[in-house]
Write a protein that binds this ligand. Structure first.
Ligand SMILES: *[C@@H]1O[C@H](CO)[C@@H](O)[C@H](O)[C@H]1NC(C)=O
Ligand SMILES: *[C@@H]1O[C@H](CO)[C@@H](O)[C@H](O)[C@H]1NC(C)=O
Ligand SMILES: *[C@@H]1O[C@H](CO)[C@@H](O)[C@H](O)[C@H]1NC(C)=O
Ligand SMILES: *[C@@H]1O[C@H](CO)[C@@H](O)[C@H](O)[C@H]1NC(C)=O
Ligand SMILES: *[C@@H]1O[C@H](CO)[C@@H](O)[C@H](O)[C@H]1NC(C)=O
Ligand SMILES: *[C@@H]1O[C@H](CO)[C@@H](O)[C@H](O)[C@H]1NC(C)=O
Ligand SMILES: *[C@@H]1O[C@H](CO)[C@@H](O)[C@H](O)[C@H]1NC(C)=O
Ligand SMILES: *[C@@H]1O[C@H](CO)[C@@H](O)[C@H](O)[C@H]1NC(C)=O
Ligand SMILES: *[C@@H]1O[C@H](CO)[C@@H](O)[C@H](O)[C@H]1NC(C)=O
Ligand SMILES: *[C@@H]1O[C@H](CO)[C@@H](O)[C@H](O)[C@H]1NC(C)=O
Ligand SMILES: *[C@H]1O[C@H](CO)[C@@H](O)[C@H](O)[C@H]1NC(C)=O
Length: 819
């Protein structure tokens, strides 16, 4: 018995040794692939080998050079071998088979070879394992594609790699589906899967077992309703839908930034991970479903989910709950039905209502025509009584394209970032009636539609201005009864676990900020005014009042408040990406912000500021604009937060004076610090500082530059000004930006930044002018010397520092800090 087994072991050893000295990427029909051996792709990125424990062994592919092993593909995920002497071979029929110790078949691929030419198995540099005719068999006269008999990219496991097509073949119905690993150590197929739906307007769906769990939303030519598919520094993506196939594919922009897309059973989510070598771990860049509204059809048919809404589910306008009793008990499963006297084809009883910012409904019962105009689309829908909604496929409305939906509308939500217009069929007569009876519900609808918001804003501003005229001063201390949704303290205690320490996100200027989960699953940020902080009370009321009135995509949204006894609490939308300073000043995170994203952020902040300064009929001066007050949503859109210090003026007042000088050192304009003079131009100053920080990636104080004449000037403004004067402003640009930025654009921004921080307020541009300069190529004026704080007020410093009420040393209202 000993003799034969020796015969097996010795060749094994020789084989293993030869593998160690000569890494290869190919197996031929005459070699076997045994325990202990590996294939390594030509450029050394990927490795194929055996892994697992003694009772379950698998063949898989992983990144060779990433120390934390992450298996991206498994051959026999549902057929493990149970011994350590199995082998992978190409058999005489040219098929790939895995045999166990007694040569019985464990796993195989179903390749069909057309000729008997020799076949090889090769691990490619992109991680694809291909079984193909050997190159020398050129008499085959086949294209590279045809040479491939089988490839692992056609049978993904839980990971989509760069260059892999995820989708389906319309000709033969063959679909690629991802199935999660059952647990972190068990690669067998879990019940969380993703497939591409074979509908006229395809979309990706995550399933839990046989139940839909999340829907990406259908694609459109531009961005798709698909959340998170936006231009970004890490990868390019494409979505192809033609007669033969429909697929999604991404390709990495930079081979040194490794990113993969996976689904994870434990978390029930689809994640995009990025390998961060500095931290030696995979960071989550994006995770779906994003929030409670992403849960499939959470609001039932014809209902829609509004993440800031209270409750988050509401019937579409002109629809009503099918069962009021269940609906009011927050059981939304029955959905909604039409509330009017809709009658198909009857004049005035049949029409459409436009809903703005919607994620399109489930496309299972839909139909599209890429060439039809919106008007024809409407006609087409009217002709069929089961048609319930239509839309233009192209979000810009430039190109045409029509989509119709039939029967109930399923899985609707409001989506600020990627929603589009949807025309829903209703009783048109009730639409007319409704126009008379708005009145009381106005505030409730603020968060529902944007157009409503504007209307409301004007109404309230008007009321405010009228009142302010009577009082003749700004709003501090006002006692108006504001219709911000009120929450009771018990629901907030429940949401934040009695303000438990674990839920604390950070410390704001006036008290701690907590993360909370409302009873309907909505995640919020809760700012609790310190009980004994009298000084914050005014600011609290101020913020409270302002926030109730301000709605802009670049301002953080307040969802409600709670004033009970000693408690004064504000509820905000929760921003999982936290604040800008955590990105731009962090050596790792800053890499995720390329030039175009930074530019977008600056542009967004400027627009938010423009809204504060000009667009509402109020004039609002923020007074504490800084990187840590700029919060980022999941798509990296900036939102200005912390209005605690903001001041409101009547229409023609442009400047104010205060004894309470508050703000953050380094962002405050000199005239404000010294004389307490604040104006829209002091905000522009802060914006200038912010702009220079975003471009340089440096904090005001982190520069240890010494200038002989001014030994006190260790700050960014001075540094920027010096480089500018010396004609080398490009040295200011963050080194990490060099690859993605167009230098002339960055230089232009630096010049705009310097214009904003000029010493004389009148020389500084107003914010509209800034936006105009950011968006055009016109010639810019030459900046004059910036306002340097310390230079002039070093003697006065103590007088204001003791009065600073908030934001000292960048204490941040970290609504965002999630960990
Ligand atoms: C091979 O081994 C497996 C268990 O490892 C056993 O179930 C099977 O019967 C064996 N087959 C042969 C042909 O011996
Ligand atoms: C190969 O084909 C057979 C029958 O056609 C099927 O039962 C088997 O599941 C297939 N194997 C793989 C790995 O696809
Ligand atoms: C086989 O030939 C093709 C071109 O004909 C080439 O791209 C490929 O790299 C070759 N593969 C090997 C393993 O030589
Ligand atoms: C899923 O996520 C959890 C939590 O981040 C992690 O521990 C686990 O390893 C992940 N599972 C897989 C298969 O990657
Ligand atoms: C071996 O791995 C499998 C999953 O692949 C797991 O279920 C099993 O518990 C593991 N066995 C041991 C002894 O660790
Ligand atoms: C439906 O029509 C009837 C009769 O025409 C009318 O009395 C009723 O008010 C209508 N209902 C709605 C909701 O418009
Ligand atoms: C749409 O229009 C394009 C060009 O105008 C044409 O090539 C295409 O065939 C049309 N498609 C359909 C479905 O009519
Ligand atoms: C209306 O559309 C549905 C769904 O496409 C279709 O089944 C039905 O035949 C159409 N009805 C008419 C009258 O065209
Ligand atoms: C919160 O406090 C109340 C009363 O003090 C207590 O009944 C409740 O269990 C607490 N909840 C949590 C989650 O700690
Ligand atoms: C902003 O500045 C520009 C150019 O200096 C000027 O034309 C414009 O009227 C100003 N806008 C406001 C609202 O002050
Ligand atoms: C930032 O620069 C200003 C001058 O503009 C300086 O007064 C301030 O001390 C600096 N900030 C910090 C935190 O050092």
């Amino acid at each position: 018995m000993a003799f034969p087994s020796m015969l097996i072991i010795i060749p094994n050893l020789i084989f293993v040794l030869s593998q160690i000295s000569f890494a290869t990427d190919t197996i031929t029909q005459s070699t076997s692939f045994l325990e202990g051996s590996t294939l390594i792709s030509k450029d050394g990125t990927f490795e194929l080998g055996f892994f697992g424990n003694f009772s379950a062994r698998y063949i898989g592919i992983w990144y060779k050079n990433i120390p934390v092993r992450r298996v991206v593909w498994v051959a026999n995920r549902d057929n493990p071998t149970k011994d350590d002497s199995s082998k992978l071979i190409i058999n005489q029929h040219g098929n790939l088979v895995l045999l166990n110790h007694n040569n019985s078949l464990v796993w195989s691929v179903n390749a069909t070879r057309k000729t008997s030419s020799p076949v090889v198995l090769q691990l490619l540099d992109n991680g694809n394992l291909v079984l193909r005719y050997e190159n020398s068999s050129l008499e085959l006269n086949l294209g590279e594609e045809e040479k491939i008999l089988w490839q692992s990219f056609d049978y993904p496991c839980d990971t989509i790699l760069s260059g892999m097509k995820f989708g389906l073949n319309k000709k033969n119905g063959f679909e690629k589906r991802l199935a999660a690993w059952r647990t972190a150590n068990d690669p067998s197929s879990g019940d969380l899967t993703i497939t591409m739906m074979h509908t006229s307007n395809p979309e990706a769906v995550i399933w839990k077992g046989s139940t839909k769990y999340y829907r990406s939303g259908p694609w459109n030519a531009q961005t798709s309703g698909v959340v998170g598919l936006k231009p970004n520094p890490v990868y390019n993506f494409e979505f192809v839908n033609n007669e033969d196939e429909v697929y999604y594919m991404y390709t990495l922009k930079n081979k040194f930034v490794i990113s993969i897309m996976v689904i994870n059973q434990t978390l029930s989510s689809r994640q995009r991970l990025i390998w961060v070598p500095e931290l030696k771990r995979w960071n989550v860049y994006q995770s779906l479903p994003l929030d409670a509204c992403d849960a499939y059809n959470v609001c039932g048919v014809n209902g829609h989910c509004i993440i800031d809404g209270s409750p988050m589910c509401q019937c579409l306008d002109k629809f009503e709950p099918k069962s009021y009793q269940q609906w009011n008990a927050m059981d939304w499963s029955q959905g909604c039905v039409r509330s009017g006297n809709w009658s198909c084809g009857v004049k005035n009883r049949d029409g459409f209502h436009k809903f703005v910012g919607m994620k399109f409904p489930d496309t299972t019962n839909s139909w599209i025509d890429l060439n039809m105009t919106l008007e024809n689309c409407k006609m087409k829908c009217l002709q069929n009584c089961s048609c319930t909604a239509y839309t233009c496929l192209d979000p810009t409305g430039v190109v045409s394209g029509c989509s119709l939906w039939f029967d109930d509308l399923i899985d609707l939500r409001l989506s600020q970032s990627s929603g589009q217009d949807l025309y829903v069929r209703i009783d048109a007569s009730s639409d007319i009636d409704a126009k008379h009876g708005q009145g009381k519900n106005v505030i409730l609808k603020v968060s529902i539609t944007l157009s409503m918001t504007l209307l409301t804003l004007f109404t309230i501003s008007y009321i405010y201005i009228t009142k302010a005229k009577h009082k003749g001063k700004n709003l501090q201390g006002g006692h108006e009864n504001f219709e911000l949704p009120q929450f009771d303290i018990s629901s907030i205690l429940k949401a934040t676990n009695n303000f438990s320490f674990d839920n604390k996100l950070g410390e704001g200027g006036f008290g701690p900020v907590y993360k909370g989960t409302m009873i309907d699953g909505q995640i919020i940020a809760v700012k609790r005014l310190s009980e004994n902080s009298e000084q914050g009370l005014i600011e609290f009321k101020n913020e409270f009042i302002l926030c109730a009135k301000l709605q802009h995509r670049n301002l953080v949204r307040v969802l409600g408040c709670c004033i009970e006894g000693e408690e004064k609490i504000l509820l905000y939308e929760y921003m999982p990406k936290r604040s800008l300073d955590l990105f731009i000043f962090d050596p790792v995170q800053s890499k995720l912000l390329d030039w175009s994203m930074r530019f977008n952020i600056l542009h967004g902040v400027a627009r938010g500021l423009q809204y504060l300064h000009q667009d509402s009929r109020l004039r609002i001066i923020h007074r504490d604009l800084k990187a840590s007050n700029i919060l980022l949503d999941n798509e990296m859109n900036p939102k200005i937060s912390d209005f605690g210090l903001a001041k409101m003026f009547g229409g023609d007042q442009i400047e104010g004076k205060t004894r309470r000088i508050v703000g953050t050192h380094g962002y405050m304009a000199p005239e404000y610090v010294i004389h307490g003079l604040f104006s829209i131009k002091s905000d522009v100053f802060s914006f200038g500082v912010l702009l220079l920080e975003v471009i340089s990636g440096k904090k005001n104080r982190s520069l240890t530059y010494h200038e002989h004449e001014h030994e006190h000037d260790h700050n960014l403004l001075w540094h920027a000004w010096r480089l500018w004067r010396e004609g080398v402003p490009h040295e200011l640009i963050d080194i990490g930006l060099k690859d993605t930025c167009a230098q002339h654009e960055a230089l232009r921004c630096i010049q705009i930044g310097l214009l904003c921080v000029q010493h004389v307020p009148d020389f500084r541009p107003n914010i509209s002018h800034v936006i105009m300069m950011l968006g055009s190529e016109s010639t810019l004026p030459q900046p004059k010397e910036p306002g340097f704080l310390i230079k002039m007020i070093s003697t006065k410093e103590h007088t204001f520092s003791k009065r600073r009420a908030s934001s000292v040393n960048e204490v941040t209202l970290s609504i965002l800090s999630s960990r």
